[in-house]
Design a binder for this molecule. Structure first.
Ligand code: FAD
Length: 287
């Protein structure tokens, strides 16, 4: 197991990078855990970030990452599945690997995906967000893989290599790289059936019996990652110090509300990091 981090930053966009550099400057050990894709990279031109007139989103992100690299901020690429509090420590499930941290800064950006009916109720009861974490449970079983994750084909292939009978559900017609033994179903899941355990799904008005359903998306709703996190209109609720309702967890940037803009994201990253650093210093005093 790796050493306990002072601060784990989840999300490597402007908010997360700003939080990480400010945490380093406060002499805290910090690491960014993030999916590779970030919205800013898609911006053709940014004209309202001070000091960088007429710059592309890609170029601005490269400058942000370069700044973080110069301060020796380290990154790990992948998806955070869930975060649990254990005494004064957080256990972060990062692609099935457990990371320990004293404080967490959520800089997740916006989550566009809507949950499916019964998804929340059956999460962990046949529904999984993580092939690495739960794949081994489904050897010889009938499962479906569904979602928009960039690595969904790899993950479907991985689940099939573990011996599961995999159905890949997609609206895409042109699918490349999928193992031959995976069954492709074209369509959209309209309902998930099950009471205490997943029983099946409805797709194209037809019922399909399943043992497991892997919902693999690029992002996960914040309150699925952290149970009991308070949201309002889908955004994480924080106070002026960027503190969420869970002590030791901070949120900044687009995931905590409008305006969805870079300047706000970087400013909030700083506030979150400084308050997380103060929180850690207080924890040390108490020991
Ligand atoms: C086309 C376009 C043009 C834009 N133009 C402008 C502009 O001109 N000016 C401006 O100010 N703003 C602009 N924006 C908005 C700007 O990009 C956002 O406000 C800004 O990127 C928010 O930063 P953030 O760090 O909060 O979130 P994001 O940049 O969205 O970063 C969040 C990061 O968290 C990662 N993540 C999410 N969930 C997980 C998880 N479970 N595990 C691991 N990683 C995770 C994501 O992959 C992503 O890398 C534009 C946005 C778009 C899409």
């Amino acid at each position: 197991m790796e050493d306990t981090l002072d601060i784990a930053v989840i999300g490597g966009g402007p908010a997360g990078l700003s939080a990480a550099i400010n945490a380093v400057l406060r002499n805290k050990s910090v690491k960014i855990f993030t999916n590779a894709l970030n919205y800013l990279q898609k911006a053709e031109k940014v004209d309202n970030y001070l000091g960088f007139y007429n710059i592309s989103g890609q170029e601005l992100m490269e400058k942000f990452v370069d700044h973080a690299n110069k301060l020796n901020v380290s990154f790990e690429y992948g998806k955070v599945i869930d975060i649990m509090k254990y005494n004064d420590m957080f256990m972060i499930n990062f692609n099935g690997k457990i990371i320990n941290a004293k404080a967490v800064v959520l800089a997740l950006g916006i989550t566009k995906e809507k949950m499916l009916n019964n998804e929340e109720k059956l999460l962990g009861k046949g529904i999984s967000y993580c092939a690495t974490c739960d794949g081994a449970l489904y050897k010889g079983k009938n499962i479906a893989v569904y979602g928009n994750a960039d690595d969904i084909i790899e993950e479907a292939n991985f689940l099939s290599s573990l011996g599961a009978n995999v159905n890949y559900i997609t609206v895409k017609k042109d699918i490349k790289g999928l193992n031959q033994n995976i069954n492709v179903i074209n369509g959209i899941i309209s309902d998930i059936i099950g009471d205490n355990k997943l029983e099946g799904i409805i797709i194209n008005d037809k019922y399909i019996k399943l043992d497991g359903l892997f919902l693999l998306r690029n992002s996960i709703a914040p309150n699925s990652i952290v149970k009991d996190l308070i949201l309002e209109d889908g955004y994480i609720v924080v106070n002026r110090n960027m503190e969420t309702n869970i002590k030791g967890i901070y949120a900044c940037g687009d995931c905590k509300g409008k305006p969805l803009q870079i300047s706000k994201a970087t400013g909030e990253g700083l506030v979150a990091a400084q308050n997380a650093a103060k929180y850690i210093d207080k924890l040390k005093e108490m020991i």
